[in-house]
Design a protein around this ligand. Structure first.
Ligand SMILES: [Zn+2]
Length: 300
């Protein structure tokens, strides 16, 4: 999808068009970016996504905070007295790093709608942080591995383990590349990289590891139990835990996305009259919006 703006074509989260707005560095928002040389994105996203063109600015276009992961932004375009906002992935409740989406009044809103379904109701992140901390502390004689996406979620978990358990977890090299960029932008993360001397030292005793989601399975934990001669428990930390079952000892519904009610609140607060969904999954949100409006009117 792209937006025509002052005679130029701005591509939304893909590499077509004269400029590409990249909302954040998750791979599903980076389609064919290698074709592009002109980017509208935050410096953090530029680094996390390893973009190779140049970061540019366009008069009348601004980037505002989106919550979600480091560097995530929304695009705001002003033209002929009208404001358009494109969201990408957003989170409107602050996470452990204090990131939270700004809400900009607009006429036209183009939004992601992956989670625009009533079954998506995420608990407060700080409650989830506490339950993760309690579970890890309760099982302090066992090794623990937690499955999490390597960009964004792993860094959030590292900080949770630092703050709630005083633990520096062992992470993968891929996750370490991302941690370094977080640190470059001022976010401190205490962790150990698998294969390093420090990690090997720690792994002689009880340890907590953060692994890619595909390894967060009981069979893999059983292998570790054998290899390290210590019972290993496995968990996942993902928003999908509210709707999916996982082959793990625990599943924590930690999401960096706005849920259905958050999206409803967000849309209402923007005041947008024209609402489009980037991925055509927003019909239930529109129905809920309509019934809220009808309720308000009928109560008057
Ligand atoms: Zn994302």
């Amino acid at each position: 999808m792209h937006l025509p703006y002052k005679g130029i074509k701005i591509a939304l989260d893909n590499g077509d068009g004269d400029f590409s707005f990249i909302s954040h560095a998750h791979y599903d928002h980076l389609n064919s970016v290698e074709r592009q040389t002109n980017f509208l994105a935050s410096e953090e996203t530029y680094e996390l996504a390893s973009l190779s063109g140049k970061l540019k600015t366009i008069e009348g276009a601004k980037l505002i905070e989106a919550g979600h992961i480091l560097g995530a932004r929304q695009l705001v375009l002003e033209e002929d007295g009208k404001t358009t906002v494109y969201t990408g992935d957003i989170s409107i409740k602050p996470n452990i790093f204090g990131m939270t989406a700004e809400i900009n009044q607009c006429d036209r809103l183009i939004m992601e709608s992956t989670y625009a379904k009533p079954e998506y109701k995420f608990p407060d992140s700080f409650d989830v942080y506490s339950s993760i901390g309690e579970w890890i502390t309760k099982n302090d004689s066992k090794n623990i591995i937690i499955g999490a996406y390597e960009m964004g979620k792993t860094q959030e978990l590292v900080r949770v383990l630092n703050e709630y358990c005083g633990i520096a977890p062992v992470i993968t090299k891929k996750a370490e590349r991302v941690c370094r960029i977080y640190e470059k932008f001022g976010i401190r993360l205490d962790r150990l990289v698998v294969g390093s001397n420090e990690a090997e030292e720690i792994m002689r005793g009880r340890f907590v590891g953060i692994v890619p989601m595909r390894y967060a399975k009981r069979y893999f934990a059983a292998k570790l139990t054998k290899a390290f001669e210590r019972k290993t428990l496995v968990a996942v930390a993902t928003g999908w835990a509210v709707t999916h079952r996982f082959d793990t000892d625990a599943a924590f519904p930690l999401s960096d996305h706005a849920d259905f009610d958050d999206l409803l609140y967000y849309v209402e607060q923007t005041g947008a009259k024209d609402i489009e969904f980037f991925d055509n999954q927003g019909s239930e949100l529109l129905t809920a919006l309509k019934s809220r409006i009808i309720n308000i009117l009928s109560n008057k």
